[in-house]
Design a protein. Structure first.
Length: 300
């Protein structure tokens, strides 16, 4: 499955990348928008939903060669915008600050390959188990697992997470990959702990591994597969082992903004039903992560 989807990413991920946060749909606000009345009036009046996103996570969201924000999330947001009669404006931020930005109302939503987890729903720090905020609601729209990748032709004998004991891994701070590495580290024998180096974004982690500064990297499967097929023309990295911890990606919404949450769910269900959702996932070669309907807080 990894090889098949990665191959599809090579064929489709570098193709039509002209969509930019719905900005190409200049008629969005004036075209027929069957779900516009479901939005909170303040957002409907502005005609804009502000989206916090770490725009360095290809193919989910990233800048193309011309500087436009493209990817799975922007394309889905643009399709949802047609249903709601608004434009989704993506604003770049580091991943581990997105929920804080949502809480401070800098963003209306966070859409950034964010895994829906009970800890995030309840505002719990996954490492300490302590309450750090009120949590968020999620509108789940995709399913993805986590993968490990290494330099091509040099897998260091790594096939599973337990094989990382005594090795160094690079990853993005605040992600499920970091949670998995820390959890695995507790199982490693004394003297063979995992050296974990966390970065603000996934591209920095890839650069570190490419330069020989680590034994392996980890990210969500669609991102790892895309890096394997595109970095260095496919000569830099390779996937190792199977993806694990398959879980939903969710659009994060403040707990007290249930009207916006429900409007987003309705828009997602609409584009799933009309076929736009399937076309977008096919375009980016990630159809195996499709869901049949949007759900709220489906993470565990």
């Amino acid at each position: 499955g990894a090889i098949a989807v990665a191959g599809a990413l090579l064929l489709t991920g570098c193709g039509d990348q002209t969509q930019d946060n719905g900005s190409s749909n200049t008629d969005t606000a004036t075209s027929a928008a069957p779900l516009a009345d479901k939005l909170p009036k303040a957002i409907r009046d502005k005609g804009v939903i502000k989206v916090g996103s770490d725009i360095a996570y290809a193919p989910v969201e990233f800048k193309d060669d011309s500087g436009k924000t493209v990817g799975i999330d922007p394309d889905l947001a643009a399709a949802m915008g047609k249903q709601l009669g608004v434009t989704f404006e993506f604003e770049n931020g580091t991943f581990d600050t997105l929920i804080t930005g949502l809480r401070s109302k800098r963003y209306d939503i966070a859409m950034s390959a964010m895994t829906d987890t009970k800890d995030r729903q309840e505002g719990i720090d996954s490492e300490t188990g302590k309450k750090v905020g009120e949590g968020v609601d999620f509108v789940d729209y995709f399913t993805a697992g986590v993968s490990i990748y290494t330099k091509k032709g040099d897998d260091q004998g790594i096939k599973t997470w337990s094989d990382l004991c005594g090795k160094k891994i690079v990853l993005q701070r605040g992600t499920v990959s970091e949670d998995l590495a820390k959890a695995e580290n507790k199982k490693c024998p004394a003297g063979k702990k995992i050296a974990i180096e966390a970065f603000d974004n996934d591209q920095q982690a890839q650069t570190r591994l490419r330069a020989g500064g680590a034994d392996a990297g980890s990210s969500d499967f669609p991102v790892a597969a895309y890096a394997v097929k595109t970095s260095g023309g496919g000569k830099d990295f390779q996937l190792v082992g199977e993806q694990v911890e398959a879980a939903p990606y969710g659009i994060a919404v403040a707990k007290n903004n249930t009207q916006l949450r429900d409007a987003l769910k309705a828009a997602l269900d609409a584009i799933i039903e009309n076929g736009e959702y399937e076309k977008i996932l096919d375009k980016w070669g990630v159809a195996e992560g499709a869901v049949k309907e949007a759900t709220i807080n489906g993470g565990k």
